[in-house]
Design a protein around this ligand. Structure first.
Ligand SMILES: [Zn+2]
Ligand SMILES: [Zn+2]
Length: 54
């Protein structure tokens, strides 16, 4: 079942199309991306990238 994800870092998932509302997320106010994965992995969209700040 399709769902919508934010790839800006907040790892938000929604059943309906909308925008990210997470403060401090890189994609706050940006439209979520459609995803139709069935394993909850979102095709690796939420894979962490090395971040020197943390
Ligand atoms: Zn977000
Ligand atoms: Zn997904």
């Amino acid at each position: 079942m399709p769902h919508y994800i934010c790839t800006g870092g907040c790892k938000g998932v929604s059943d309906t199309l909308g925008v990210c509302k997470t403060k401090d997320c890189e994609h706050e106010g940006h439209q979520l991306e459609e995803c139709d994965c069935k394993d909850g992995e979102h095709y690796g969209a939420f894979e962490e990238e090395p971040d020197e700040e943390e």
